[in-house]
Design a protein around this ligand. Structure first.
Ligand SMILES: Nc1ncnc2c1ncn2[C@@H]1O[C@H](COP(=O)(O)OP(=O)(O)OP(=O)(O)O)[C@@H](O)[C@H]1O
Length: 299
């Protein structure tokens, strides 16, 4: 579990993170979203003890990062994939990390295999593509077999196969009961990967909720109704929800559940041919949230 309490980080006049508190729980993938400059990387760096908070604290299973003796065994992280000595081979890079964290050298070959880099283990990291560097960063994160992993934009630079691989890896780690914390700009990717969502804007918490709740609470969630009496049903529903008559036989209704619409139809003897929930995408929900948040801060 990662605990963030009252975290504030200022760089001169810039408030990068502003009194942020949330938990990242084990057994699920928690997606970390926010517009550019929202403070995601700053938060992740604070968790790893790379940035000293101006105020507040971050804890790894109840302990500050700096108090961990062999940190790679507690939390593995991918922050900047290219932050590796360019002349070192992938294997040597991992061996050095393993040694400084009391990890058996045999684990190096294991993680190289796990991320699909066994063939290029001897190659200099400076010659790696961005995708290969991402895989190496993930290998470093997994080296200590940690109960907590944190990935900043892990699919950046990966091809579709690589993206699917990272998604399955994260889902697998969460299924094993680990804590998985991942930032991304790809909403569709988060929708497929994350169970829980933390959204920040301008360094402040905007949402901390299960992903299904975020999507279902979006006003873009609609019910599609097919009925030979669309105009009549539309008029009946119009007083309590938003109704669009999209064709003589079809309505799009927002603000009412399928149960409520079905009941109104039944009470008025209107035949229904279809009653289907059309859920908003995470992208729509997210855009709505960001807009609300910006409006709120603007006011
Ligand atoms: N070392 C630094 N010195 C000064 N300002 C910084 C520093 N690091 C971050 N900032 C500022 O803090 C704010 C938050 O930046 P941060 O990189 O944490 O955002 P982010 O959500 O990770 O953004 P992105 O999605 O673009 O990666 C930004 O305004 C940024 O300019």
């Amino acid at each position: 579990m990662i605990t963030i309490r009252g975290l504030t980080k200022r760089y001169g006049a810039t408030v990068a993170v502003d009194n942020l508190s949330f938990d990242v729980r084990p057994g699920q993938v928690t997606g970390f979203l926010g517009p550019n400059g929202a403070g995601k990387s700053t938060t992740m760096r604070a968790v790893l003890g790379l940035d000293r908070p101006t105020d507040g604290q971050t804890l790894i299973d109840g302990r500050p990062y700096r108090s961990l003796r062999e940190p790679l065994r507690s939390i593995g992280a991918l922050l900047e994939a290219k932050a590796v000595h360019p002349r070192r081979s992938a294997a040597d890079h991992l061996k050095a990390l393993a040694q400084s964290n009391g990890i058996a050298q045999g684990r190096v070959d294991e993680v190289l295999g796990l991320v699909g880099l066994s063939q290029v283990a001897g190659r200099r990291v400076g010659q790696f593509s961005l995708g290969m560097s991402q895989r190496l960063g993930i290998a470093s994160a997994l080296l200590g077999d940690p109960p907590i992993v944190m990935f900043d934009e892990p699919v950046n630079g990966l091809d579709p196969d690589g993206i699917r691989w990272v998604r399955e890896l994260m889902r697998g780690l969460a299924a094993e009961g680990r804590t998985v914390f991942v930032s991304s700009h790809l909403m569709s990717e988060m929708e497929d990967t994350a169970d829980h969502l933390v959204v920040i804007g301008r360094g402040r918490l905007v949402v901390d909720a299960p992903i299904a709740d975020v999507i279902s609470e979006s006003s873009h969630t609609m019910v599609r109704v097919r009925t030979p009496e669309a105009a009549k049903l539309g008029a009946l529903l119009g007083s309590s929800g938003g109704v669009q008559v999209s064709s003589p036989e079809e309505l799009l209704v927002s603000g009412l559940s399928t149960d409520e619409i079905g009941d109104v139809a039944y009470d008025n003897g209107i035949r229904l041919h279809e009653l289907a929930l059309r859920e908003a995408s995470l992208e729509q929900a997210y855009l709505e949230l960001s807009r609300e948040h910006l409006d709120y801060t603007g006011a």
